[in-house]
Design a protein around this ligand. Structure first.
Ligand code: 9B3
Ligand code: ZN
Ligand code: ZN
Length: 441
């Protein structure tokens, strides 16, 4: 009896201690999340409304150790731009003070980037409680090479691996060629590349997703069956393996490839500025330290050259070109390198409009769509514009999710949503292109 009473007293004491502890913990968290005292790296969303403010934000992003998430380069910041800026903890005070001084409104978009990065890189395959499939996680470069090999071995009737070249650091560039089991003479083809930009992790994840979907649902889903019976599909899961590797080991925010420049200590060329489409004009940079550095000359980078060579030698069969990026939720088509409209602008517009409508209807998500130069920004040297000029007149760039919150740090749990909606858009466009490019008997 006495011992029972004692236990009760002890229990309430424990509860009190726990309560006090919880209050203290919350107070500490509150301190951490107010901008100036945060001990975390943050991503700020900054509302620019005037040209003067645009100048200030451009200066901040270039003078302080920060990483511009959106837009990709300071020169794209104009009046009326929402800027997403990654700011390391040690610079937060200075940066937010500057923003306040110049009456720039900002919100903290992310205060837990370390945590999100940890979530993205955690290997859950060993965790039996996790129900997430291989395709609902992000994978290291080594994992992806292993997966390419295994996928080809498990589906010898439908998959061939083609080595199209190697990266600056001599990593192989493998393309998976997917084919239906119906042999047809003069087969048309689709090209899909992922991972041009290293930090856009949802992009390689989409390529993997698409390949497994194609293999699992061939002869089960009508759309994918028709696609694979009429077209071969070339999939390049990681166009920028050196950069991708670097985002896993060293710097999660890296965008370019990893080539060394002769004239500077800065590393990397933007592969999506290195193609021969108004190369080096406004919207690209000739300074090696910039995020949108266009390289020494068109196709100076082995990754871009390999893709261009492959497409040149398959240009008669490839009818549809598709490049996967993130983030921003957009379905884009040429030109990006000029404000001019392409000859089949209306046709391409209808295709992306239709695809965006389907995403809205089935996934309640809004994708923007249109010609790149007018929808995102004027930028030369992109792969889609180059492919268009080569004669592939159905050429698109998809910018996949986030839905406005996570940017490049999209949690693994949101991979399936992002991929399914992009898959819907891809199927919608591909099926229409198959009809439009029917060989004449
Ligand atoms: C840029 C260009 Cl140059 C293009 N031709 N198509 C799309 C884009 C947008 C991507 C980029 O490279 O900046 C978005 Se990450
Ligand atoms: Zn990109
Ligand atoms: Zn992007």
């Amino acid at each position: 009896m006495l011992t029972k009473h004692l236990a009760q007293v002890l229990d309430t004491l424990n509860m009190k201690a726990l309560l006090i502890w919880a209050v203290l913990l919350n107070f500490y968290k509150l301190l951490q999340t107010s901008d100036c005292t945060s001990t975390h790296d943050q991503v700020l969303s900054i509302q620019v409304t005037t040209h003067q403010q645009a100048d200030i934000v451009r200066n901040i992003s270039s003078q302080y150790e920060t990483v511009l998430w959106s837009p990709a380069s300071p020169e794209y910041i104009g009046a009326h731009t929402e800027v997403h800026l990654f700011v390391p903890a040690n610079n937060l005070g200075t940066v937010t003070d500057l923003l306040q001084t110049h009456h720039l409104t900002h919100q903290v978009l992310l205060d837990n980037t370390e945590e999100l990065i940890e979530m993205q890189t955690r290997n859950e395959s060993s965790d039996p409680r996790s129900s997430a499939s291989y395709y609902e996680r992000y994978h290291s470069l080594e994992d992806i090479y292993y997966w390419i090999n295994k996928t080809a071995q498990e589906h010898p009737d439908m998959v061939k691996v083609i080595l199209i070249g190697s990266s600056y650091e001599k990593r192989p560039l493998y393309v998976l060629k997917l084919s239906g089991r119906q042999e047809r003479a003069e087969k048309r083809a689709i090209w899909i590349d992922c991972g041009i930009h290293a930090r856009e992790w949802i992009s390689p994840a989409f390529c993997l997703w698409f390949v497994q979907y194609s293999l699992n649902f061939y002869n089960l889903n009508n759309d994918i069956t028709e696609m694979l019976n009429s077209m071969d599909i070339y999939v390049l899961p990681v166009m920028n393996p050196d950069g991708y590797k670097y985002t896993w080991t060293t710097n999660r925010m890296w965008r370019k490839n990893r080539s060394l420049s002769k004239e500077s200590n800065c590393v990397g060329t933007d592969l999506n500025r290195n193609f021969d489409a108004n190369w080096g004009t406004k919207g690209a940079s000739n300074r090696p330290c910039d995020e949108i550095y266009c390289g020494q000359f068109p196709e100076s980078e082995p990754e871009a050259e390999a893709v261009a060579n492959f497409l040149r030698s398959h240009k008669d069969s490839v009818k549809l070109y598709l490049s996967i990026h993130s983030y921003g939720q957009m379905l884009l088509f040429p030109y990006s390198c000029s404000n001019e409209e392409v000859p089949n602008h209306a046709e391409l517009f209808e295709l992306v409009q239709d695809a965006a409508m389907k995403i809205r209807r089935y996934y309640r998500n809004n994708y923007k769509y249109g010609a790149s130069a007018k929808t995102i920004y004027l930028a030369p040297g992109g792969s889609d514009d180059w492919a268009y000029n080569l004669g592939i007149h159905y050429s698109f760039t998809f910018e996949l999710e986030d839905r406005g919150r996570y940017g490049f740090l999209l949690p693994p749990s949101l991979i399936s949503k992002a991929c399914n909606e992009a898959l819907l858009a891809l199927k919608s466009i591909a099926l229409r292109v198959i009809q439009k490019t029917q060989p004449q008997p």
